[in-house]
Write a protein that binds this ligand. Structure first.
Ligand SMILES: C[S@@+](CC[C@H](N)C(=O)[O-])C[C@H]1O[C@@H](n2cnc3c(N)ncnc32)[C@H](O)[C@@H]1O
Length: 215
């Protein structure tokens, strides 16, 4: 990858205060090179230039690393592996499942996992409606409206677990459409170097564990 990509990555990770050792940095750059190569043939992402891929895919994914803390994470509608692949690279102790129904995107995920030697990543080509497993945390970026994300993944969230929703513009009706037992615990603005979207945010949601006891 070009020295300019490396500089954007290094400066972006520093601005986000995301720790990254030499091996992790080398894997992020290898992921970028692979995405750029496959994208020419398979059209995996509308982001074309490697410099923009650093910001929109690598740094945007890394910007939520601070919120990931359980032992196993599901990335729903992961597409070519974002944010899950980046989060797995940054935390090798975290078990990450990437799930997408699109065959060519999951083939890319599997190739990346193999080439980068990521022992902590599983790739599932399946519709989320047909998937069966449970996770401490479930994340998504650009997958669905908030209520659909929660509704489709509710059976997959362990008791006491947390949803992480990466959102661009959030419509007020998306919050209104949440089931009454689901609460927004935190709504955080995300400032991602090179991503010019003032509305980027991360929502942390969970079940209202008190709701049953209050009834
Ligand atoms: C806009 S892409 C986002 C990809 C990635 N998260 C990102 O931000 O770059 C949405 C992805 O969700 C997947 N998807 C949509 N509905 C799905 C479903 N019911 N089950 C599994 N994957 C689904 C699509 O195949 C697509 O790859």
């Amino acid at each position: 990858m070009t020295p300019r990509c490396e500089r954007i990555l290094d400066e972006g990770l520093a601005a986000l205060s995301v720790p990254c050792d030499a091996g992790q940095r080398q894997r992020l750059l290898a992921l970028l090179a692979l995405l750029h190569k496959w994208n020419r043939a398979y059209n995996l992402t509308a982001v074309r230039s490697p410099e923009a891929m650093v910001s929109r895919h690598l740094l945007d994914s890394a910007s939520v690393a601070f919120a990931v803390g359980g032992t196993n994470l599901l990335d729903v509608g992961s597409g070519p592996g974002f944010p899950g692949l980046v989060l797995a690279i940054l935390d090798p102790g975290l078990q990450v499942t990437l799930l997408d129904s699109n065959g060519k995107k999951v083939r890319f995920q599997r190739q990346a996992v193999m080439e980068l030697g990521l022992a902590n990543v599983r790739c599932e080509q399946v519709r989320v409606e047909s998937f069966d497993a449970t996770f401490d945390q479930i994340i998504s970026r650009a997958f669905a409206a908030l209520g659909d994300f929660i509704g489709l993944t509710e059976p997959l969230l362990a008791q006491g677990g947390e949803w992480l929703a990466m959102k661009g513009g959030l419509e007020p009706r998306e919050l209104e459409s949440l089931p009454s037992h689901v609460v927004v615990r935190e709504q955080l603005a995300l400032a991602v170097p090179g991503v010019d979207d003032a509305e980027r945010q991360l929502l942390r949601l969970g079940r209202d564990e008190q709701a049953g006891r209050r009834q």
